[in-house]
Design a protein around this ligand. Structure first.
Ligand SMILES: [Zn+2]
Ligand SMILES: [Zn+2]
Length: 138
């Protein structure tokens, strides 16, 4: 078992990374707690946590993994939901088709290292773009 400074309890109920199968550590930002893989830096978001965290200023600091390493894991074949073990669907944001993440419709989504920062950044950009476009059309 991997030794971390997180203590026994958090190891006991920690998730296993769906991509590289290392332990994931709990990372809390504001009042939102997500899971981050201690090896590949991938992030697991329960339910709508990715959307909620995206709206919190400065929350991209949770995405500390190396995006280069994260991209290597992007080519990973099927991965299974860390909660229910079902094969997760590959999905992308309709506005950000370059970002591919894995989704379990019952439990949440997994992003590789660097993808959350990208997701967050692009969404702000897209939001501004939509705002400008909206103004022009009205
Ligand atoms: Zn991992
Ligand atoms: Zn699941």
């Amino acid at each position: 078992m991997a030794v971390t400074q997180m203590g026994y309890n958090s190891i006991a109920n920690s998730l296993k990374c769906p991509k590289c199968h290392h332990d994931m550590e709990k990372v809390t930002y504001e009042d939102i707690t997500i899971d981050r893989c201690i090896n590949c830096g991938g992030l697991w978001f329960d339910g709508d946590e990715a959307d909620r965290l995206k709206r919190v200023p400065g929350s991209e600091v949770v995405d500390t993994g190396d995006p280069v390493k994260g991209r290597n894991y992007d080519s990973c074949a099927d991965i299974n939901c860390p909660h229910c073990g079902k094969v997760m669907e590959k999905s992308s944001d309709w506005k950000q088709v370059h970002i591919w993440y894995e989704i379990c419709r019952d439990h949440g989504i997994f992003m590789d290292a660097g993808e959350f920062s990208d997701f967050k950044h692009e969404t702000l950009f897209d939001w501004f773009r939509a705002l400008i476009k909206g103004k022009r059309e009205s």
